[in-house]
Design a protein around this ligand. Sequence first.
Ligand code: ATP
Length: 248
Amino acid sequence: MFEAKGLMVFYENMLALNNVSLSCGENRIIGVFGANSAGKSTLMYALSGLILDIQKKEEMAGGERITVRGDVLYFGQNIKSMKPSHRARQGIVLCPERRRIFVESTVLENLKIGGYLANSRQTQETIEYVFTIFPALKRLSKRLGGFLSGGEQQMLAIGRALMAQPKLLLLDEPLLGLSPVIQYLLAKAIKEIRDQRGISIIVSEQYARPVMPIIDYGYILENGASVVEGTNKELMDNPDVKAAYFGS
Ligand code: ATP
């Protein structure tokens, strides 16, 4: 359904993504693991197409030169030049790092804003679904985004992304900065979203422990390159991965 081939991203002369290829079939959860600066966000920008907007903005501002190479295939079509807004309309929706919810809007308003690509029936149905997987958001529906805890904000960010009716949901470090209890709760919700809605998910994370059990297949990024890949069992059995991510 979705495939990236030989992705390269240079920020000026700095190689941030080095020949990365990955694929995600329908109804799958794919993990991308890597330390700080490994290239996870850059990969998410390349998959969502946001890198093209960033590139254009830099160009217009006379800023750094960003070079993007490689192919992105979606249901057999090469979408490497497709704008991120167009990709979103086709079902590729990014939930960016650090949540970026609207802090001066309520929970319900945030969700409705996320539904800009949906019709009113889908909007209503998806709001109800979001409240089912994240009951806390239902109780807080009138609260301003800025007054939510980190975990609640992340639930809202995922909920808002679901409002855009994704076929492929890209989650960039959704567990960052959250307590272990909330991390496990969110990992469980991510799996439920795939199981219940049939949405394919690519999730990037620095801390593999809570996410590894829910993925079907994963990639380890190091200095912008994919160095190991495999099923979650293969990754968990790999001694290098174990030492780096599971402390044993
Ligand atoms: P983190 O966990 O810190 O978010 P990451 O794995 O998401 O890290 P990226 O943000 O993709 O990594 O960064 C990859 C590399 O590219 C880093 O060395 C980073 O400093 C560099 N980089 C990212 N954005 C830019 C930019 N706009 N200009 C120059 N270098 C950048």
